[in-house]
Ligand binder design. Structure first.
Ligand SMILES: Cc1ncc(C[n+]2csc(CCOP(=O)(O)OP(=O)(O)O)c2C)c(N)n1
Length: 681
């Protein structure tokens, strides 16, 4: 539904647009930092969208059926803050005056969770564009699941304001290609086509026909030559909204630094304030009072603030629809509220499998696949897939269908070979709410999706990654496919939880953690090769202690203080257990600690950590990955059997042997370490 808008007079429109322009200019000038160029050039089209089309309620910024607006060109955020302030979001003028200052709600790039009305953290160019594709997918998927004839409770658009940089970054091509294929008709991108980036003209590096590119992706494309012609912008937006079969790109010729006599159309409008004199000249040129700064004319504010009444009315209308819907389909209505609030249903975990040692070896990727099958039957909000590796990552939900242009109820995503976009789309799905998004690929290719993973962690988004082929043990594909430093790299992202389970039951426990985590992403790191199932009767800590991140799997055989602690993750836990037995026969008492998640273990109380790893007991860490992370983590008396070079192409078991992942080597390293300690004491 289009919100009912009082169309302002052209004079009032101009007053409003200039209000946005100069709020942004004054913010950047006062902060002495930021980007004034994009707000000056794009204020008119942003105003048109927000004034005439965008469905939002500043008093309830999170109501589920609001339109989403993503400022993908996050460097232009002064414009977004100005919009949020004038339309009545909880962002007082003082916050605009504290742009980019410590503790303000107007940080240097928009940060999700810090400022109400900011739908996504943006700044790394291209991410917001791809997030929006994820949001649009979520909208379509939820509409398919919940809407009933005459009861459309999910019906909103996703809008993006993107810049040259957004379209230059590869992630937007990946996401744009998928969006076109998926026919995401309610995704609309306003492209600020200003011909300028930081180094100068786009002619330096960006000369292809962007419209033709997006048309080839299957998008509906339009061009507007003058962004200040707001009726033309409005007409294009109307046309784009009516085009339900294809996403829309509206290339709007804007002028960076519009109105600034010396900086318009030049890269100088980037990344630095206009300067006091240039601000004065720009204000004078556009008929704006030079003083005071942060001037908001009454008349403009009054018009902007109509958004509150409009939003209230639109939301109230939606709530009536929801009420009627709830009468007709009470269970679905409850379900809708549940998924939007990210609550889990009762007994969501009732069907989770338990594996027994007698079943023989099972790869943790296969155990994960079986767990996904059990979860997906209970959690219809699970939606995910893989970057063209589902048969290897075991991420497909059997019987759940594929999400596609003709099959909107399918829950299996086919991201194509587009890891970067997959990561960013998953973020968008999580930001939208209503789904539990997950995505899979080989651990090595997590490198291709690291930027959005970092943002998922920063934004506290519950996204689940399924990374298989987790070490050099994946074998013949060789060093290009064998991860080495990826585990360390992922663990070092603040807020990321990485779990590398040792067997099938630890894998189930890992999925349980992932599903229950609501405030951040979880990366599951899984084997290609089969692993023995640890005997639950023999190892009482399993699976109950997995949520502690690390636990004593097998204690020192004589129940005295161990001589050494073998600390291992994933597939190497089994080697540690065998080494423990071998060492016992040599009179060395070893404890084995399984450490599926160093991130979670680090969060435990010292008391618990000291119980598992008593200070003073020598440690030998065994993990087929970079050794670097272990040394500071567990203190000085440690040896690490790790991988600090690239891997090699050969059968996995051979590679593991050659790199020292053998019981013999663990015993040898133990003896050496104990000897060194003896000599020192
Ligand atoms: C991934 C990424 N690389 C580099 C930057 C640094 N950066 C900020 S703005 C910008 C270029 C901006 O040009 P454009 O996208 O055309 O924006 P506009 O000129 O319209 O402000 C760059 C390179 C970034 N924010 N993100």
């Amino acid at each position: 539904m289009t919100p009912s808008t009082t169309i302002a007079s052209p004079k009032l429109d101009e007053l409003c647009i200039n209000t946005l322009r100069f709020l942004a200019v004054d913010m950047v000038q006062k902060a002495n930092s930021g980007h004034p160029g994009l707000p000056l050039g794009s204020a008119a089209m942003a105003y048109t969208l927000w004034d005439r089309f965008l469905k939002f309620n500043p008093r309830d910024p999170l109501w589920p059926d609001r339109d989403r607006f993503v400022l993908s060109a996050g460097h232009g955020c002064a414009l977004l803050y100005a919009l949020l302030h004038v339309t009545g979001f909880d962002l007082p003028l003082e916050e605009l005056e504290r742009f980019r200052q410590w503790g303000s709600r107007t940080p240097g790039h928009p940060e999700y969770g810090k400022t109400l009305g900011v739908e996504a953290t943006t700044g790394p160019l291209g991410q917001g564009f791809a997030n929006a594709v994820g949001m649009a997918i979520a909208e379509v998927a939820l509409a398919a699941r919940f809407n009933k004839p005459d009861h459309e409770i999910v019906d909103h658009y996703t809008y993006v304001l993107a810049s040259d940089g957004d379209l230059e970054e590869g992630v937007s091509s990946e996401a744009g290609s998928l969006a076109g294929h998926l026919r995401l008709g309610k995704l609309i991108v306003l492209y600020a086509d200003n011909h300028i980036t930081i180094e100068g003209s786009t002619d330096l590096a960006f000369t292809e026909d962007r419209m033709a590119r997006f048309a080839a992706f299957g998008w509906h494309v339009q061009r507007i030559e003058n962004s200040n012609d707001i009726d033309a912008v409005a007409f294009a937006l109307k046309t784009a909204r009516e085009e339900r079969g294809r996403p829309s790109l509206i290339a709007v010729r804007t002028h960076i630094g519009f109105g600034s006599p010396h900086k318009q159309d030049s890269a100088a409008a980037h990344g630095e304030p206009l300067g006091v004199e240039e601000v004065r000249l720009t204000k004078e040129g556009l008929g704006w009072p030079v003083e005071p700064p942060f001037h908001v004319p009454e008349e403009a504010l009054e018009h902007f603030r109509e958004a509150a009444a409009r939003g209230k009315e639109t939301q109230a209308e939606w709530e009536l629809r929801l009420e009627a819907y709830a009468k007709e389909s009470p269970d679905l209505a409850t379900e809708f509220q549940r998924v939007v609030q990210r609550q889990l249903p009762k007994d969501w975990d009732a069907k989770l499998p338990t594996f027994t040692a007698g079943e023989g070896p099972i790869a943790t990727r296969s155990a994960s696949g079986k767990t996904i099958a059990a979860l997906s039957a209970r959690l219809p909000e699970m939606m995910g897939g893989s970057a063209d590796l589902a048969p290897s990552t075991h991420t497909n939900m059997d019987g759940a269908g594929s999400f596609g242009p003709q099959s909107r109820a399918g829950r299996n995503m086919h991201f194509g070979i587009r890891e970067h976009a997959m990561g960013a789309i998953l973020n968008g799905m999580a930001l939208h709410r209503g789904l539990i998004p997950y995505g899979g690929t080989f651990l090595i290719f997590s490198d291709y999706m690291r930027p959005p993973m970092r943002l998922a962690a920063m934004n506290g988004l519950p996204v689940i990654y399924v990374f298989t082929h987790d070490s050099i043990a994946m074998g013949e594909d060789g060093p290009t496919h064998q991860p080495v430093e990826q585990l360390l790299g992922l663990r070092s992202i603040p807020g990321m939880v990485v779990i590398r389970p040792a067997d099938a039951n630890e894998t189930v426990a890992a999925w349980r953690i992932a599903i229950e985590r609501k405030d951040g992403p979880v990366a599951l790191v899984l084997t290609r090769q089969g692993l023995p199932v640890l005997d639950l009767t023999r190892y009482p800590g399993l699976p109950a202690e997995v949520p502690l991140g690390g636990y004593v799997l097998a204690d020192s055989p004589t129940s005295v203080q161990p001589d050494i602690i073998l600390i291992a993750t994933g597939s190497e836990v089994h080697l540690a257990l065998d080494a423990r037995d071998r060492l016992a026969s040599e009179g060395v008492q070893a404890r084995v600690v399984s450490m599926p998640s160093t991130n979670i273990f680090s969060m435990q109380l010292d008391r618990y950590r000291d119980k598992v790893l008593p200070p003073g007991v020598p440690l030998l860490a065994i993990e087929a990955g970079a050794s670097l992370g272990w040394k500071p983590f567990v203190g000085p008396q440690i040896t690490v059997i790790g991988v600090d070079t690239f891997g090699a192409s050969a059968p996995g078991n051979v590679v593991m042997q050659q790199y020292g992942f053998t019981v013999e080597n663990i015993c040898k390293q133990t003896r050496t370490l104990l000897q060194q300690i003896k000599e020192k004491s």
